[in-house]
Design a protein around this ligand. Structure first.
Ligand SMILES: Nc1ncnc2c1ncn2[C@@H]1O[C@H](COP(=O)(O)OP(=O)(O)OP(=O)(O)O)[C@@H](O)[C@H]1O
Length: 227
């Protein structure tokens, strides 16, 4: 089984007056391809910081970051952007869709930005929309979709570039319980079926049954949570 994400002994500090605040304290986390890990924990415990490190948006003070089996610690900015574009998929709290584009176009534009277009791009967009149950809604714009449907478009869009690692930030916060549970179940399904490694930060403990492992952050440290 290949490793989608390996964080080893990651420490992150932020300036805090004349001292430093330790947001992550020697945190290690490994996520295999095809595995979904949930990160829970109170506000301020370091969850967003963890996602920012895994997403190569924040360079840790120390520790090693590997994505898809490659050591990406200390990459220069441009190289980090390349790794982000080619190996990462991001799903946000709000779906962050572009208002003027249809669901299908939201997916196609990801490939266009990466420089590819043509029938394969269109076929992949349609295949992914089918995988998230939105074939019939492919021509709709965001305001014509429900919150759950918008989040499904966001998931399909994150999968367009066939990422090794999917980073998901509070995907259910704008949804009611039932729709939230369906979105997490969908994430677990695409994780398994597409062999992507998924890290999901969540406050919503009710949907944890669908994930493979749950870890809990507390004061910048990680502990496994018995499920
Ligand atoms: N840019 C920053 N500068 C200074 N301190 C920061 C910065 N970002 C986060 N922190 C601090 O680092 C700690 C961890 O923050 P982080 O945002 O990672 O927590 P979180 O678990 O994601 O919280 P929430 O659930 O509220 O989003 C907190 O004490 C926070 O105040």
């Amino acid at each position: 089984m290949s490793t989608a994400l390996a964080l080893t002994d990651i420490t992150v500090t932020y300036p805090d007056g004349d001292r430093r605040l330790t947001a992550l304290d020697r945190v290690s986390l490994r996520v295999d391809a095809g595995e979904m890990v949930a990160v829970v924990g109170p506000s301020g415990s370091g969850k967003s910081t963890l996602l920012a490190v895994a997403g190569l948006l924040l360079t840790p003070d120390s520790g090693r970051v590997e994505i898809d089996g490659r050591d990406v610690s200390g990459l220069r900015r441009g190289d980090a952007a390349d790794v982000r574009r080619t190996t990462l998929g991001l799903v946000f709290q709000q779906s962050n869709l572009i208002e003027s584009l249809t669901a299908r176009e939201q997916l196609q534009i990801v490939a266009r930005v990466a420089g590819s277009r043509g029938p394969e791009v269109d076929a992949r967009a349609d295949e992914l929309l089918a995988a998230v149950g939105l074939t019939d809604a492919a021509g709709r714009r965001p305001h014509q979709l429900s919150g759950g449907q918008r989040q499904r478009v966001g998931i399909a869009r994150a999968l367009m570039n066939d990422p090794a690692l999917l980073l998901v930030d509070e995907p259910t916060s704008a949804l009611d319980h039932e729709r939230g549970a369906a979105v997490v179940a969908l994430l677990a399904e695409v994780t398994r079926e597409r062999g992507v490694g998924t890290v999901m930060v969540t406050h919503d403990r009710s949907s944890l049954a669908a994930v493979d492992h749950t870890v809990e952050m507390g004061d910048g440290r990680l502990a496994a949570l018995a499920s």
